[in-house]
Design a protein around this ligand. Sequence first.
Ligand SMILES: [Zn+2]
Ligand SMILES: [Zn+2]
Length: 593
Amino acid sequence: MITGPTSWAAAKTSASIASASSARRSSGSRCFASSPRNGMTIDGTVKDTIEVSASGNAALADRLESFAALLELADAQYHAVRAYRRAAEVIRSTPAPVAELVRAGRAQELRGIGPGIEGRLRELVETGDIQELADLERELAPELIGLGRLLGIGAKRGVEVGRALGISTLDEFREAAEEGRLQNVPGIGPQTERKLVDALRAAERPTPPRGLLLNRAWALSQTIADPFGAEVAGDPRRFKDSSERLAVVACADGPKPLLDEFERLAQIVTVLERSDDRSIGVTVEGIPVELVVVPRERFGTELLRATGSESYVAALEPLPDGRDEEAVYAALEIPFCPPELREHPFRGEPPPLVTLGEIRGDLHCHTTWSDGRESVYEMGRAARELGYEYLAICDHTPAVGAVPGLGPDDVRRQAEEIAAANERLAPFRVLAGIECDIRPDGELDLPDDVLAELDWVQASVHGGQRQSREQLTARSVGALENPYVSALSHPTGRYIGRRPPNAVDIEAVLETAKRYGKAVEINGLPDRIDLRDAHVRLAVEAGVPVVCSTDAHSIRGLGNMRNAVATARRGWATAADVINTRPLAEILALRLR
Ligand SMILES: [Zn+2]
Ligand SMILES: [Zn+2]
């Protein structure tokens, strides 16, 4: 059930996280900034064939940026300044030619561009400039504005530095830097000079592409697949934690009408490539999406081809024709391979991977007691509706800082609320749990006697992620040695695309978990997915139990179990490896050892 795009979690989770993650990803991706070929066409509403130039967008963005900077220097409203800056960011990272979108009246399809900014853009595209900007430029020192942004020192300081050097362009600034003249500027010492030179160098390197997080990738794929009755393939079907390639496969004898319709979809900003049976479009985020249209007899073949990683598929080629994937694998005379394992070449017999249907409960979620959106009872009822036997409420402790945390008294008061919820929900069981911070000094944030009263204890590193490998490892290992801790949350602390994994020695953590029979979490939040697939495999091989959790902060968040289970599958986990496939009595018995 985990592999099907129609499973319950897909429907429940996709919409919510889609909006959350798109807001977070405001800077978008640049992976197509230089790759689209000349003469590509925008969809049916724009007839011209145009030359794609990333510099076209860059030029527009630069003008908006200058406008924002000048507005700032002219003491305009903070919100207006920020809006123009954001719009510039979006335009800079949009792979499609924004000028064409503006001409087609579609600029507002880009995130962060409202009617006001669209008006300015139209003026810019049609007349080549913005009148108000030209006026401001006469008053202020505009050529140097971009410097501040580039060097990360702010617009005002950029102007000051440029004036002090007597320069007006980036090239002149580069020259001045090479000649070592930066230190002549008041306020620039050797350290700042080094920083500016580094920033200058960094600005010359292209930004690496950023993929879509799981829920957004699924939601987007689904909205593109649905109109065509197509199947979602590509990176999301393998549950890759960051999707760089989307694909959907549809069945039809005459592909042309479907391909035409695909190219008119609102989600497709521009078309990169088109052939008889497929079209590759690109989304606002710069992610390529392929629609493949095939006759029924070859559907399985193309679905397999569009799902596996390049190396996986290449190792199986040539693929025989098949109506479904089962038929293709049968013709290849190798066992069926679940999509999650189609990352690396593999022709063997996969183990019976854990399925979503085998999950009996969720052992990490939040309520209004800390930073969750729903009450204990509401979360419990929702978990019961999902067919679970149990749900552990694990709100934060005070050290987490940014959000309310529970001290010893709160924990006891919450236990009463949990008992009351259990009376209404029986035989379903709400477990009294906690997400207890492991403080930077290694101490747990609640005393042992409080932890001893609970049914389930998650231990978490939140603050102090930049500590040394020794410190971070000692914190996690120490927590797992505490007899009242049940599991280690999000063990590496990463946020995909925003924060790399911390320096913790994951093998030392797994060794300790194994010694004390503790679980390590696969956190299903799409921007965490932590442990990640490769670490899950290490845990499974070492015989360490994993726990698939959602870390839900709302009822909808409970749907992220699909991500956690898929990641477990990518790490070759079977039901026996996953602790929350066990019945309630066994979960409770873990506390009594
Ligand atoms: Zn946490
Ligand atoms: Zn949490």
